[in-house]
Design a protein around this ligand. Structure first.
Ligand code: CMC
Length: 378
């Protein structure tokens, strides 16, 4: 097989036919099931958007109410999962805790009936309902507290913030968080979604699918970048240091976190919405000195690297919003996971409709026909 066929990172190689999301990376367009992300962010809710992604159509009022009701009903997690989390080291990363807990869900719901629509619906409901509870539970457990039970009277977003911070959130904070979830819910075949699809293609259970995707999302080139953005802004420390920081990165060929994208060659449309949400949060709850550094860095990067198509991506402003929501930095990627579960499940369902196990090929570049040398002769 010709080596020319090989595309590192599978760049530009179609791996599926999909009708879940559409991206135009040169015009900065993102659509879920044909609806622009700006329209959804303005008018929808995370659960309605999740329904749209997974079932392909916006729900009627009755369908949405039933979906929200079922998710509310399944929010609690088994005490054994909580007990398992108590055995995790408190210094461990919450993404690792989430990956292990998501996989453990499969132990409780092990019946695998991928051709049964009720099994599919229940798995969707359980995963969407329980992942936020698991993220919040680990946060409290590692602080030495008991997890807080979900509150049925609160919306999906408000309940998560309540379980995490042990106090009912301000309505603006809950709304902003809900929009963040919508923005992160789906993004075609990125690394974690591909990981979910590969796992799905073996016809394993959906909990294993989500656990493998969570593991993939955690890396700094993917979902983990939002944490690194905050560390970078901390390191820059002041607006006047931004230019020197950027010069250094360019000289040392270091990536600037929160910039660049395999698909977008302009500013990510989600970054625009997140920047706007960050400003709404600052107007209401007071500013963040990192924001000025971020704006200056974005201006400089556009100026120096814009011609290479390197602009702010979704991770650049999301951390600033989360900071204002009072969320610890190492929970930023788990928040991304809470949202992306919707997209992963949509791809899982789509994959099942027309499944063929993923089994790519390789260009072998190693040696052949070697003779085994006995250990005492090496
Ligand atoms: N800072 C500086 N230069 C960059 C950056 C950046 N953030 N991103 C890409 N480049 C340069 C890169 O050095 C290379 O230049 P050259 O051709 O001169 O060697 C060129 O642009 C292509 O880069 P690449 O790494 O080959 O591009 P990719 O499509 O493989 O990677 C990426 C995409 C997102 C992994 C990369 O842009 C990156 O590492 N960005 C920083 C990490 C980050 O913000 N990740 C979040 C991505 S968006 C959300 C998500 O997927 O979770």
């Amino acid at each position: 097989m010709s080596v020319d066929l090989y595309k590192p990172g599978l760049e530009g190689v179609p791996a599926a036919k999909s009708s879940i999301s559409y991206i135009d990376g040169t015009q900065g367009i993102l659509e879920y099931r044909g609806i622009r992300i700006e329209d959804l962010a303005q008018n929808s809710s995370f659960l309605e958007t999740a329904y749209l992604l997974i079932w392909g159509e916006l729900p009627s009022q009755t369908e949405l109410e039933a979906f929200e009701h079922d998710i509310r009903y399944h929010r609690r997690i088994k005490y054994r999962i909580r007990d398992m989390m108590k055995c995790f080291p408190e210094s461990g990363h919450p993404m690792d805790a989430l990956q292990a807990s998501a996989a453990a869900l499969g132990l409780f719901y092990s019946r695998r009936a991928l051709d049964d629509p009720i099994y599919i619906r229940n798995a969707v409901i359980r995963l969407l309902a329980k992942i936020p509870t698991m993220v919040a539970a680990f946060q409290l457990i590692r602080k030495g507290n008991d997890p807080v039970q979900p509150r049925d009277d609160l919306s999906y977003a408000a309940n998560f913030l309540y379980m995490l911070r042990e106090q009912e959130p301000d309505p603006l904070a809950a709304h902003v968080f809900d929009v963040c979830l919508m923005l992160h819910a789906e993004h075609s075949i990125n690394a974690s979604t591909f990981s979910a699809m590969v796992t799905s293609s073996t016809l394993t259970d959906p909990y294993a699918v989500i656990a493998s995707a969570v593991g993939t999302l955690g890396g700094p080139l993917h979902g983990g970048a939002n944490e690194e953005v905050i560390e970078m802004l901390e390191e820059i420390g002041a607006v006047e240091n931004a230019a020197a920081y950027l010069d250094n990165c360019i000289r040392q060929k270091r990536k600037i976190m929160g910039f660049g994208h395999r698909v977008y060659k302009v500013k990510d449309p989600r970054a625009n919405i997140l920047q706007d949400l960050a400003e709404q949060m600052f107007d209401r709850f007071g500013g963040d000195r990192y924001y000025e550094i971020a704006v200056e860095l974005e201006r400089l990067v556009e100026d120096r690297l814009g011609e290479k198509g390197i602009y702010a991506n979704v991770d650049f402003y999301s951390g600033l919003v989360y900071r204002k929501l009072g969320i610890p930095t190492d929970l930023f990627t788990p928040l991304f996971a809470i949202a992306r579960v919707a997209g992963w499940l949509a791809h899982w369902k789509e994959q099942l409709n027309e499944n063929r196990i993923f089994r790519p090929t390789q260009i072998y570049v190693g040696q052949r026909d070697r003779v085994f040398v006995p250990r005492d002769k090496r």
